[in-house]
Write a protein that binds this ligand. Structure first.
Ligand code: FAD
Length: 304
């Protein structure tokens, strides 16, 4: 968690750079980790994954949404993508970010947008919709949204970030909700979150085990960390757990060979497929997580 991480997280939060990047298409090597800029290309990328026994959770990229017009445009794009998934029959569901559909504009307006998305997804084959978690203040609002929606909709779930002290409580509270478990991608204060890799990894293992022993709904273990994955596989075998209710997830373009290997060894595998013009913040957070990902940038500069 050093300087490099802070540097790229700062870059990811820079609104001017986010806006500027939209004009340049997928630059700096982002095409390796973003599946497409439009729905058609993205559906083709999902088909290619499905052919490898991998399902997809699809994310319409977008940050810094501060007007109802932008939020409505994003919501409409998500509705279109849900329809396209249904029409083409690809094996995929949606991931959404509440800030993209108006959380910072007006929480009630955002709530109505989420309801519309969930209703549409329900009509399209009871498709699952995952609400991604973001930085802490938005994460708190995401859980409030889940509490309002989970009685009415069974096709909604969210993400637990292991770096937060409160993660274990959330695991207990949402046993019957489909959950994705991650380490956590943002920079959070030491008063609410573990800071060192060792502490985060230990809490990640702790909440995964806690969840897998008590889950009454699907659990997605979303990590590129082979040590964690190996540990989880052993845990599943030791406790004879039902693999149908567990899947591994990784991001599009990362450790692709390992993704296929896991998918072909008797585990459910789902790839997180981001698409759209607004790739910059997402891309910078990936560089923050793993400076080696800078190779994507070097390669794109060396090979035009
Ligand atoms: P790291 O801690 O980054 O890496 C651990 C070790 O794994 C490394 O030391 C290395 O040995 C190995 N490794 C990692 N990456 C690679 C690679 N590319 N190639 C080779 N070896 C590698 N965060 C949120 O806050 N909210 C979300 O909603 C959210 N959704 C996510 C959805 C998915 C599908 C995934 C995969 C991640 C999501 N994240 C989310 C991000 C997550 O919180 C982490 O920031 C991110 O996954 C990095 O942590 P890691 O567990 O992959 O492993």
């Amino acid at each position: 968690m050093g300087l490099t991480r802070d540097f790229f997280i700062k870059l990811s939060e820079n609104e001017t750079l986010n806006t500027a990047a939209k004009k340049y298409g997928l630059a700096l090597g982002a095409h390796k980790v973003v599946a497409g800029t439009d729905i058609e290309t993205t559906i083709e990328s999902i088909r290619a994954l499905n052919a490898k026994n991998i399902s997809a959770t699809v994310d319409n990229l977008g940050e810094f949404v501060f007007s109802k017009e932008e939020a409505t445009a994003a919501k409409n794009n998500i509705l279109e993508m849900i329809q396209a998934i249904y029409d083409t029959g690809v094996d995929a569901h949606m991931s959404i970010k509440l800030t993209q559909i108006g959380l910072d504009v007006d929480p009630e307006f955002c709530y109505e947008n989420v309801r519309e998305i969930l209703m549409k997804a329900y009509e399209c084959g009871n498709m699952h919709v995952n609400m991604d978690t973001e930085d802490y203040s938005h994460t708190v609002q995401t859980f409030e949204m889940l509490d309002r929606l989970k009685g009415e909709f069974k096709n909604v779930g969210t993400v637990i970030q292991a770096y937060l002290f409160r993660a274990s409580e959330e695991i207990d509270k949402y046993q019957d909700v489909r959950l994705r478990l991650v380490k956590g991608a943002y920079k959070e204060d030491a008063s609410i979150a573990y800071q060192s890799k060792e502490e985060i990894d230990a809490n990640y293992i702790k909440i995964i085990e806690q969840r897998l022993l008590n889950a009454k709904a699907m659990t997605s273990i979303a990590t590129h960390d082979h040590n964690i994955i190996d540990h989880v596989k052993k845990f599943i075998a030791q406790h004879n757990l039902n693999k149908d209710l567990i899947e591994f997830q990784m991001l599009y373009g990362f450790r692709s060979e390992l993704q296929v290997e896991i998918a072909n060894s008797g585990y459910n595998f789902c790839t997180y497929v981001p698409y759209g013009q607004d790739w910059y913040g997402y891309f910078m957070r990936r560089l923050a997580e793993r400076p080696q990902n800078l190779q994507l940038v070097y390669k794109s500069v060396a090979t035009p």
